[in-house]
Design a protein around this ligand. Structure first.
Ligand code: PLP
Length: 393
């Protein structure tokens, strides 16, 4: 890691030691699938891992990918980063390697993660116990039964549930289990789970790390000892990031800190405006003192992120009208980009759940998830205010 003692913005720009023969300030796209060697001994040095160098792009052994991974590890403040072709690919390698003796998924998680754990991995004999926030007393039981991986998001999607990383890590470690945190919503600018006791951190880089809704990628980070075993899974699953995507993502990382700070500021302004609007019955945002997870969030986060979830004081049909009247917010199922997006969890992330399961998770038809972008906050608030006029009280 280069510039280990430097600030995060500096590391985001100068965090890699990979250099280019022509002195390019940033590593260009090495758009080749393979790399040639002087002789067989040199080839075997790389193939056997004695020397780190380019070899074959599907193995992730490509200079553009190295530069991205070094920069990301530097931003996170850890030894090692592995870049994948999506957040789901990153999770698949993580669960395949560390979940074989059982996984406990704490709290709500992205719908795709629940599908992977509950359906596909279950078919392969990797079992997951899902515990919601009010069932944490059962965590010790699951750990006692031998589960060796505790996985959770904080803040969660879409209700921004907050989990105490240090407390959960302490408990899991007492049973010899590893803790992996999906830090997608917070980004390393707002929260660093490894410093709080987690063993591994994963990302959908498709969100804030990419930041412009034009990159699909993922990461797993941690010490070399813990991350290195995932290399073989990535190689055999064929799930490494492409050099083209790695170059775009490296460019995005250079502005990560300033982007996330502005997402935080805009989201706080929108959350406060929505809390003051009588046509909104509830605002879920960790930066609001009224939010149940605020105290823990304030302890473990240095910013509260760009996602605000609101509950409209109206029925599900009227809520759909509010969503459809929004002009600046695009109706699209993602988050973390420069442009603001809106979704209803009941029609996107939690569409496949039964009504009972949605109720158990507190997902209602009046709920709207806002990904607050980098437009002027006043314009976003004005758009929400005009859309809420259909509520009529
Ligand atoms: N984790 C979280 C919290 C997400 O929101 C998502 C996608 O929405 C994923 C993981 C999966 O990431 P990807 O879409 O990059 O595969």
């Amino acid at each position: 890691m280069k510039h280990a003692s430097a600030g995060r913005s500096t590391r985001a720009i100068h965090g890699t030691t990979v250099t280019d023969a022509h002195g390019a300030p940033h590593i260009p796209v090495y758009n080749t699938t393979t790399f040639a060697f002087e002789n067989t001994a040199a080839l075997l040095d790389v193939a056997d891992g004695r020397v780190r160098g380019p070899l074959y792009t599907r193995y992730g052994l490509n200079p553009t990918i190295f530069a991205l991974e070094e920069t990301m590890a530097s931003i996170e403040g850890t030894e090692n980063a592995l870049a994948f072709c999506s957040g789901m690919a990153a999770e698949t390698a993580l669960f395949a390697h560390y979940g074989r003796e059982g996984i406990v998924c704490v709290g709500d998680a992205y719908g795709g993660t629940m599908e992977l754990l509950g359906n596909q991995l279950a078919q392969l004999g990797i079992t997951t116990t899902f515990l919601l926030g009010d069932q944490l007393d059962r965590l010790e039981e699951s750990l006692g039964d031998g589960a060796k991986l505790v996985f959770f998001e904080t803040p969660t999607n879409p209700a921004l549930g907050i989990y105490d990383i240090t407390a959960l890590a302490d408990l899991a470690h007492r049973y010899g289990a590893k803790v992996a945190v999906d830090n997608t919503f917070a980004s390393p600018v707002n929260q660093r789970p490894l410093e709080l006791g987690a063993d591994l951190v994963s990302y959908s880089a498709t969100k804030y790390l990419g930041g412009h809704s034009d990159v699909t990628a993922g990461f797993v980070l941690g010490t070399t000892e813990l991350v290195e075993p995932l290399n073989a899974w990535r190689k055999s699953f064929g799930s490494a990031i492409s050099p083209e995507t790695a170059a775009v993502l490296s460019r995005s990382l250079r502005t990560l800190v300033v982007r996330v700070r502005q997402h935080n500021a805009n989201a706080q302004a929108v959350a406060e405006a929505m809390e003051a609007d009588p046509r909104v019955s509830r605002v879920l945002y960790p930066g609001l003192p009224s939010f149940p997870g605020h105290a823990i969030a304030a302890k473990q986060m240095s910013g509260f992120g760009g996602v605000v979830t609101v509950e409209v004081a109206a029925d599900a049909d009227t809520t759909v009208q509010v969503v459809d009247r929004l002009e600046l917010f695009a109706l699209a199922p993602s988050l973390g980009g420069v442009e603001s997006l809106v979704t209803q969890p009941v029609t996107t992330t939690h569409y496949d759940l039964t009504p009972e399961e949605r109720e158990r998770r507190g997902i209602t038809g009046s709920m709207i998830r806002l990904s607050i972008g980098l437009e002027d906050a006043d314009d976003l608030i004005a758009d929400l205010t005009q859309a809420l006029d259909v509520v009529g009280h």
